[in-house]
Design a protein around this ligand. Sequence first.
Ligand code: GDP
Length: 488
Amino acid sequence: ITSLGDEARIVADNVAGRIFGGSTPTLRLGVTGLSRAGKTVFITALVHNLIHGGRLPLFDASATGRLTEAKLEPQPDDEIARFDYEAHVRSLVEDRIWPKSTHRISELRLTIDFESASGWRRSFGRGRLHLDIVDYPGEWLLDLSLLGKSYAEWSAEALRLAREPERSDISGAWLQALGGVDPASGAIEDQARALAESFTAYLRAARSDEHALSMLPPGRFLMPGDMEGSPALTFAPLDLPESFSAPKGSLAAMMERRYEAYKSHVVKPFFRDHFARLDRQIVLVDMLAALNAGPAALRDLETALADVLACFRPGRASWLTSILRRRIDRIVFAATKADHVHHTDHDNLARLLARLTRRAAERAEFAGAEVRVVPLAAVRATREVAVTRAGETLPAIAGVPMTGERVDGETYDGETEIALFPGDLPRDPEALFDGDGGADKGVEADPALHYLRFRPPRLERTAEGATLSLPHIRLDQTLQYLIGDRLK
Ligand code: GDP
């Protein structure tokens, strides 16, 4: 049940927006995805291309020359950190290293001036749109499901997941620490902290490149944002007996209290103050990392996507439904880092993600907003080449591996370009799935798949000496779908 406070605040927000927001229309675009999905790179490249007149042939306002100017302006929300665009551009363009990834919520306002496409509208003067881009960790969306779970239910589920065979080698230390704990014993702060630390260490290992698992709530344990080291995160699941009732003053009672506090003081405010105000959303997904880590990672990603979709169209009985005032009407799921595969594999990449989201949508009983799936490289770090192997010509990619990247025992220096045949993506997504239960345990991704971290590209100069903006793959198409209709 929504408290009166929540309702009143959102109504006040909307009214204030109308009265004080002036006549300039505003579009709040949410950019999310699990850690390392590519949020920071995406926002930086999007803004850079818009400000510097990048090549965006499929973005109508730009292609038809109607985009007059795009510039950064002070953001409307003082309590949110500003997205550090300038530092990220310096990293990408000057140092040619990838920028520092998202670790908390941040915002950036881009004001776009444009000529209207229709003569009738042009007679009312120029158009202007405030695009407020909100960057936030996808891990936080997965917390919505906690709101419907008691501490005992969450504990039981966390333990069940940790005991699954594919997690057993990473969860061992935590489960062992838990083994010697009596939930009914007196609450001791040191013990709570030690358990929270070993639980968090397990979640981190599960998220590492090797395992690339996705379903790892609570979100703030991996992405604490400004809560780094906060006592509000000092709780963990316990192995509770059936129908256990926590005695007053016990460890279990303390853990339960903190879990409930996390839901009301961390999870709910995020959804109420930030998520509920978004108009459009792009969810970035690193399909290649999941494919590389194997079927367990794909299955886990599918479950996570179902939980993400459930946030966009929560069921009627959900707390979130009661506070959502705007409904997100367009959602893009983007398979990022598409420059790691040859363009002949882009369709396969999109098909795989579409298959995962479709199944996730069925699970989440998702209905409503239009969902698009696109293979995307916000920054294109490779070019396409043909390599000949045993007399056969193969479509390959070439790029400069980051300093220290290793392939087949060779370590790269960050300067030498190499050609790489990344391996084929499965053409038929069904090959990765069984009849009903998610990615099939039996089918492995092609073991020859190679994914390297390439250095960001060197920007080319025109004959006049001007620097061109960051190259990309389908950033323009994505932009057209996300904001094109608001620049007509
Ligand atoms: P975040 O955690 O979602 O903010 O992820 P980042 O935007 O920091 O991206 C994580 C890493 O993925 C970067 O450091 C890059 O190595 C890689 N990456 C992200 N986007 C691209 C892209 O468009 N092309 C390539 N080649 N690599 C990318």
